[in-house]
Ligand binder design. Structure first.
Ligand code: PGA
Length: 219
């Protein structure tokens, strides 16, 4: 049975009480998770809370960050570095198109972020927008997220995503490829049943715990 990653990217959403409500909803669910790696990526402000609730509620999920500083600790006002997030997470999303577009993150910056993640033993989930996106060395998980599919309700076709996933496995030393972009409980299986797609990265549909639960069940 192949391993399937199901990653919730909450983006810049939820405050403490909303996160608690989501976790309350998650706790009561009796999920069958044998081959599934569930990763919740809250904003930085909720990492501590979600990480400790995951432990106290004995949830079979991992926590990830949505970003990491390209620098180590020091005089970098406003940045959160790898050593700091390592206290709470195992994974970190790097190179999301929203960061490339809105925060002008360049390939050089993203390569440095990957270096920082690896230095602190964090697993990068490196987002690529298409075959032309450069992948830094030693990235094990790539998430293919075509820009037109993000938040639009118009996912890529599973066949095209499969083709891109196999391209990254062939051309880079990538172990797992995920697909992201308008995934819901209705279309998730089309993607996860593809031989080279090892999971999904979910934005909007991950905010509602019931829908996220349905995605996990159907994946
Ligand atoms: P979406 O976002 O599921 O809302 O399309 C996916 C992502 O940006 O990771």
């Amino acid at each position: 049975m192949k391993k399937v990653f199901i990653v919730a990217n909450w983006k810049s959403n939820k405050d403490e009480s909303e996160a608690k409500d989501w976790l309350d909803g998650f706790k009561i669910q009796n999920l069958e998770l044998i081959n599934k790696e569930i990763i919740i990526c809250p904003p930085f402000t909720l990492l501590s809370q979600v990480a400790s609730e995951v432990i106290s509620r004995k949830l079979k999920v991992k926590v990830g960050a949505q970003n990491i500083s390209p620098f180590d600790g020091g005089a970098y006002t406003g940045e959160i570095n790898g050593k700091q997030i390592k206290e709470f997470v195992d994974y970190v999303i790097i190179g999301h198109s929203e960061r490339r577009q809105n925060f002008s993150e360049t390939d050089e910056t993203l390569f440095r972020k990957v270096d920082q993640a690896l230095k602190y033993d964090l697993t990068p989930i490196f987002c690529v927008q298409g075959k032309e996106t450069k992948v830094p060395p030693n990235v094990a998980i790539v998430a293919y997220e075509p820009i037109d599919a993000i938040g639009t309700g118009q996912s890529d076709t599973a066949e095209n995503a499969e083709e891109v996933a196999s391209f990254f496995k062939k051309n880079y030393n990538v172990q797992y490829t995920l697909y992201g972009g308008s995934i819901t409980s209705k279309n998730v299986k089309e993607f996860t049943q593809m031989p080279n797609i090892d999971g999904v990265l979910i934005g909007g549909a991950s905010l509602d715990v019931k829908e996220f639960y349905a995605i996990i069940q159907n994946a």
